[in-house]
Design a binder for this molecule. Structure first.
Ligand code: DON
Length: 573
């Protein structure tokens, strides 16, 4: 039988065209910034236009977000910056917070309110509200952001430091227009922010809440940023700013001292690397757990034919969920700050080990997490941390994920500085065996120790093909970050999606414990039935990360894709 040409053409389009979702990506020829806040993205592009490279733009975006996105943008937190220069050189700047020198393994073990140890949902909520590793003056680790950005500027930037810091000074001093989401977010956070007088004054205007369209000025933060512009990181870690932080800590029972601040240093590490389906992946090494996850999960998928049923097919999700389960089992045991714990990286990343893990996956039947490794945890989500991606005209690429940990961190603002401090101490195994804020159980390797960095899930990642930049990506989402980034990579590499489709496409999440398969709305009811029939405990979930991606097409065009439209997104030039 001869089929008409038009039919064959249609069939080939069906087979070849990637699944499409709602929106087009932003496209640009020269440079692109994608972040959770449009003002910050514009600041980044302006720095590129002034002749700055992607590193300069990334520094300016990071500091602008500290002003315009107080829930996660920060100078009082920490994070990771992954850099790939146009000549192929790569590096990873670790500016993760550190435990203060006075920190001890059991510093959070005393549960002051017995209600907080109830294991039901309400009890867990209470634990979060009361735990000293989550709320208040004992929750922050020593901030790393300003040191990290300064290191990036000194080692890889082009423009003078002052020039890249100044846009943030102006945003804080002159103010910016509050958008709907920011107004809502501040108001909805009254329970946390209203507890601390300075936070209440600065961010809630003493409950005369900021309305959309109003101007938000932060003069104290502007003064801090001006000192940072003038003196470099000394303007934060020494002198007036440090004095104010240490004084507030002392007055409120906090742990961070002048010495802790002065002694904080960022560190450059070698990114993790792997190959996958003709692509090269650069990603985050420990103290992030994320890169190990990306390398392990891609390694388990490669050559499996997992995608034969197509994107969004039950068989595809099943296989993806099974590799997630296996990685998260390892995560709970083997990962921590490499300066304190000998992470068995070689074994964890060994392709033969991953092949052996793959061999335990059945095509049509869910494993149980008990048979992979024992453990128990409840599931939690917090919404804030932030990622942004930058590419410049020369092809330099930067991926930054940084955070206060929870939304608005510990809730405390250092009086006279406008600086919100992180609650990163909760990323340690503060009470071994109990789940942290993200429902992740962690072991002794990640116990609290003075000067140590808590294990992170932040996973800034860069993908190349044939030596050319292909993708820059990352996400917030606590323990879900790793799976969000993982699926964005699959969407581009295996399902040929554009940047916006790759972030819009529905995602799933499995973290070994609890033994649940979280699925987003776009996974159809029929598919859920099939997954249940395979033995998965299918659980609806709306939030599985918030991706900010740049994809470079074969023809050189840059595509920006963002989960943060309309208040955030891609700006190109
Ligand atoms: O480093 C980490 O893994 C966490 N502190 C990240 C927190 C986070 O992503 C919260 N936001 N959704």
């Amino acid at each position: 039988m001869r089929l008409p040409v038009s039919f064959l053409l249609m069939l080939s389009l069906l087979v070849l065209s990637p699944p499409g979702y709602a929106a087009d990506p932003v496209r640009a020829r020269q440079g692109m910034v994608v972040s959770n806040d449009l003002i910050a993205s514009r600041v980044g592009v302006e720095v590129l236009r002034q002749g700055g490279n992607a590193v300069d733009a990334a520094i300016a975006v990071g500091l602008a977000l500290a002003v315009t996105y107080p829930a996660a943008g920060n100078v009082g937190g920490g994070g990771f910056m992954l850099i790939r220069l146009a000549d192929g050189a790569t590096t990873f700047i670790d500016f993760r917070e550190k435990a203060p020198a006075s920190a001890t393994r059991d510093m959070y073990r005393t549960v002051r309110n017995p209600e907080a140890i109830r294991s039901d949902y309400q009890g867990q909520q209470m634990r979060m509200a009361l735990s000293e590793s989550i709320v208040g003056w004992r929750a922050p680790g020593v901030p790393g952001t300003v040191r990290g950005l300064e290191m990036a500027s000194r080692n890889y930037g082009k423009l003078p430091w002052k020039q890249v810091v100044t846009p943030a000074v102006l945003l804080a001093r002159d103010g910016f227009e509050v958008h709907f989401n920011l107004a809502e977010s501040l108001k909805n956070s009254t329970r946390l922010l209203g507890r601390f007088p300075e936070t209440k004054r600065v961010f809630l205007r003493d409950e005369n809440f900021y309305q959309p369209g109003e101007t938000f000025q932060q003069p104290d933060l502007a003064a801090v940023l001006q000192r940072v512009a003038d003196q470099g990181s000394k303007g934060f870690y020494e002198g007036e700013t440090a004095r104010l932080i240490a004084k507030a800590m002392q007055e409120n029972g906090g742990e961070i001292t002048l010495e802790d601040l002065k002694n904080y240093h960022a560190v450059e590490r070698k990114p993790l690397e792997t190959t996958y389906n003709g692509h090269h992946i650069f990603t985050a090494p420990p103290p992030s757990s994320g890169g190990v996850g990306i390398v392990q999960m891609l390694g388990m998928l490669e050559g499996s034919g997992y995608q034969e049923g197509g994107f969004n097919a039950a068989s595809t999700w099943h296989y993806v969920a099974e590799v997630m389960r296996r990685y998260y089992a390892d995560r709970s045991e083997y990962l921590a700050d490499p300066d304190f714990y000998a992470v068995p990286l070689e074994r964890l990343l060994d392709k033969r080990y991953l092949a052996a893990r793959r061999a335990t996956i059945a095509r049509d039947k869910a494993s149980t997490s008990e048979e992979i490794l024992p453990g128990k945890a409840a599931g939690y989500e917090s919404m804030e941390t932030t990622h942004y991606s930058v590419v410049d005209a020369a092809g330099n690429a930067v991926a930054v994920t940084y955070t206060l940990n929870g939304s608005y961190g510990s809730g405390v603002t250092v009086p006279g500085t406008g600086i919100l401090l992180n609650n990163e101490m909760d990323d340690f195994a503060t009470k071994p065996g109990e789940p942290n804020m993200f429902g992740l159980v962690q072991g002794e390797a990640n116990k609290v120790e003075p000067g140590k960095r808590p294990l992170s899930s932040m996973t800034p990642t860069i993908v190349t093909k044939d030596g050319k930049l292909r993708m820059v990506v990352g996400s917030p989402g606590g323990g879900r970050i790793i799976n969000a980034v993982f699926q964005a990579i699959l969407n581009v590499v295996d399902f040929q999606m554009n940047a916006q489709d790759a972030v819009d496409a529905p995602r799933i999440h499995h973290q070994w414990q609890p033994d649940k398969l979280y699925v987003q709305e776009g996974v159809s009811p029929d598919t859920r039935v099939l997954l249940k029939a395979m033995g998965h405990d299918v659980t609806p979930s709306s939030y599985i990360g918030r991706l900010q991606a740049i994809v470079v097409r074969e023809d050189g065009w840059l595509e920006g894709g963002s989960n943060s439209i309309p208040h955030g997104g891609a700006v190109g030039y």
